[in-house]
Design a protein around this ligand. Structure first.
Ligand code: F6P
Length: 325
C-alpha cells in the first residue's frame, strides 16, 4: 500500500462527520490507499498535525456526533504562504489527494489548492443548514431537523397547557431548510424563513385567525437568518395585548440541534458519500464535490456551489402553510 490520501473535517461540526470519516478510511483501505487524518481542518494542514487512520481507528464512531478529527475555521488559510506550507506538508508525507468534509467555505479554500498547486481535492458536503448549492443533501441536516422536532414536541406540551403563543428559533444562518422541515414535522402554525419572507402583520393575523378557528395555542418556528425569537416574541406580545392568548414565550434551540448521535439517515448518507468519493477518485476523477441529486449520489465540479444560493422548494413552503390551518 504505497498510495496515500488525506482527510479532514472543516467548518462547523455536523452529526455524521464521523460516519463520513469512517467511510473514507474504510473505502480507502478497501482500495489499498493509506489514510492520513488531518486534525482541526486547515489548521492541522498548516501545522502538520497529522495522524494515520486505519480501519480499526474508525471503529465505534459511526454513532457519535462531532468529529474525531476536530474542526476549525482557519483564517490563516486565506493567505497564500500558509496554503503553500499546507501543500508542502502534504507532499512531505507523500499524500496524493485531499478529501475535505466541509461546507461551501471549506470547498472554496480547497479549490485554491487545485488552482494554485494543481493538488487534487475531493469535497464531501456537510452542514446542518443543508444550504450547499448543487446537492439536494448535506450530511447533518436530518439529525438537526430531528433534534429540533424533538425539542418543539416538548415545547408544545407547555404551549398547549397554557394556551400560549410560542416562538421557537432554530439554526440556519442564511437559510430556512431546518425551520421549514422541522416546522412542517412539528405542525407549526407559522414558519418564518429568509427565502420566502412574511411581513409581521401577516404573522399576527395568522395567530388571531387560528384562534378564531378554535385553535387554543400557536407555535411559530423562525430561522435565525430571519430574526431572533426574542424580537419576534416582543412584537407579538405587543400586537396581541388586546387578546386573551395566555402570553407569548420564546426559546432559542441553538447548538443542541448540531450535536448528538446522527440519525440512521445521516449515517447512511455519510457512508454513501464517503465510499463514493474514494471510488470516484480511484477511477481517476478529481477536483469534484460529491452531490446528491434526484436520489442518486453523483459527482459535480468542486466550484459548482460557489456564489450560488440554494433555496427550499416553494411547494414545500406552501405545504407548511396549507397544513397550518
Ligand atoms: O452553518 C451551520 C451553523 O450551525 C448555522 O446554522 C449557525 O448560524 C452557524 O453554524 C453557527 O456557527 P458557529 O457558532 O460554529 O460559528
Amino acid at each position: 500500500m504505497d498510495r496515500k490520501i488525506a482527510v479532514l473535517t472543516s467548518g462547523g461540526d455536523a452529526p455524521g462527520l464521523n460516519a463520513a470519516i469512517r467511510a473514507v478510511v474504510r473505502a480507502a483501505y478497501h482500495y489499498e490507499y493509506k489514510v492520513l487524518g488531518v486534525k482541526r481542518g486547515y489548521k492541522g494542514l498548516i501545522e502538520k498535525d497529522f495522524c494515520y487512520l486505519n480501519p480499526r481507528d474508525v471503529g465505534l464512531i459511526i454513532n457519535r456526533g462531532g468529529t474525531i478529527l476536530l474542526t476549525s475555521r482557519e483564517p490563516r488559510f486565506k493567505e497564500y504562504e500558509y496554503r503553500k506550507k499546507a501543500i508542502e506538508n502534504l507532499k512531505e508525507e507523500g499524500v496524493e489527494a485531499l478529501f475535505v468534509i466541509g461546507g461551501n467555505g471549506s470547498f472554496q479554500a480547497a479549490n485554491l489548492l487545485v488552482k494554485e498547486f494543481n493538488f487534487p481535492v475531493i469535497g464531501i458536503p456537510k452542514t446542518i443548514d443543508n444550504d450547499t448549492y448543487g446537492t439536494d443533501y448535506t450530511i447533518g441536516f436530518d439529525t438537526a431537523v430531528n433534534n429540533a422536532v424533538d425539542a418543539i414536541d416538548k415545547i408544545r406540551d407547555t404551549t398547549m397547557s397554557h394556551e400560549r403563543v410560542f416562538v421557537v428559533e432554530v439554526m440556519g444562518r442564511d437559510s430556512g431548510f431546518i425551520a421549514l422541515e422541522a416546522g412542517i414535522a412539528s405542525g407549526a402554525d407559522v414558519i418564518l424563513i429568509p427565502e420566502y419572507p412574511f411581513p409581521m402583520h401577516v404573522i399576527v393575523d395568522t395567530v388571531i385567525k387560528s384562534r378564531e378557528r378554535g385553535k387554543r395555542f400557536s407555535i411559530i418556528v423562525v430561522a435565525e437568518g430571519v430574526a431572533s425569537a426574542k424580537d419576534v416574541a416582543q412584537v407579538l406580545e405587543e400586537k396581541l395585548k388586546p387578546y386573551d392568548f395566555g402570553g407569548v414565550r420564546y426559546s432559542v434551540l441553538g447548538y443542541i440541534q448540531r450535536g448528538g448521535s446522527p440519525t440512521a439517515y445521516d449515517r447512511n448518507m455519510a457512508s454513501r458519500f464517503g465510499v463514493f468519493a474514494v471510488e470516484e477518485y480511484k477511477k481517476g476523477n478529481k477536483n469534484f464535490m460529491v452531490a446528491y441529486e434526484k436520489g442518486e449520489v453523483v459527482s459535480k465540479p468542486l466550484d459548482v456551489s460557489f456564489g450560488k444560493i440554494k433555496k427550499p422548494d416553494l411547494k414545500e413552503f406552501e405545504l407548511g402553510n396549507i397544513l397550518s390551518l
